[in-house]
Design a protein around this ligand. Sequence first.
Ligand SMILES: C[S@@+](CC[C@H](N)C(=O)[O-])C[C@H]1O[C@@H](n2cnc3c(N)ncnc32)[C@H](O)[C@@H]1O
Ligand code: SF4
Length: 335
Amino acid sequence: MTSVELLDTLARPLRDLRISVTDRCNFRCTYCMPKSVFGADYRFLDRKELLSFEEIERVARIAVGLGVEKLRITGGEPLVRRELERLIAGLAPLGVELTLTTNASLLARKAQSLADAGLHRITVSLDSLDDTTFRAMNDVDFPVERVLEGIEAATAAGLPVKVNAVVKRGLNDDGIVEMARYFRETGHTLRFIEYMDVGATNGWRLDEVVPAAEIVQRISEVFPLEPANANYRGEVAQRWRHLDGAGELGVIASVTQPFCGDCTRARISAEGRIYTCLFGLRGHDLRALIRSGASDEELETALAAIWTRRADRYSELRTAKTASLPKVEMSYIGG
Ligand SMILES: C[S@@+](CC[C@H](N)C(=O)[O-])C[C@H]1O[C@@H](n2cnc3c(N)ncnc32)[C@H](O)[C@@H]1O
Ligand code: SF4
């Protein structure tokens, strides 16, 4: 298979592929899968509707041939998919960066086997260190202590850990400085994410977004920060360094300072639809193509065509009007 420099209509290469392995989750984070909507009657995908590990490995291999340098496994909650280690072991030989985003609820017992299977690093989502706030945000009464145990287990297994925190005004923004303090000490990279208008179920409002600039200012008042340069094109987090040398943190300003111009990502949903923007609605049905018996060459041609036609830059065009358009749920394509 050829390795080519594939560019979309805005000259952006395809570098990152996020693969959702399940639409299910054992949390009901209020900004992602609120209980009021995803109640008992919510229909999750059947097992046969999910891409199999073999199908995922095949698509990933073809995407790597088209320039993908980084694979991220996500969900729903990826660790609820059975035998995920088998997928990691199948993807590791592709030789690209292999990472996973998780709520860490099951991480303490899986960290070592994931590392052994060939995972390179891990991102843990943790929105608050305050147990009451955290239990309210995950909405299944899950204690923060067990997430911290998961982070420790991953670190002990040799997996570098980044921690992502979504900030929602009035809910967890009072804990920003405490988070910065804690992760300065543990040495894990912490990144704050602006609450985004993904999906249609979270009732997003602009006044609930705490702008990244405000987050940085609030931390800087206690722990002075200076800007650090981006590591690579398309890095979504703006990096800030602690002036006293105690590491760095990041902010992801997808609402107040969109970065579509540098977006090099594609996402595959658990049922095998490919999305070239987080704010897409329909995506393209790769599963149908795979299950119709398409050859590797046909799959490669289809993927390349989807990417080269890509013109998405939703975040840069976001207006009050676009915020109310129908969009795919975050739990479905994995953030
Ligand atoms: C959809 S989750 C999937 C992986 C895993 N369940 C987890 O929570 O890490 C991926 C990321 O999306 C983030 N996310 C979900 N809804 C969001 C929203 N409305 N705005 C910003 N980030 C969001 C989560 O905080 C998480 O870090
Ligand atoms: S953010 Fe992750 S953990 Fe929370 S509900 Fe969404 S998929 Fe589940």
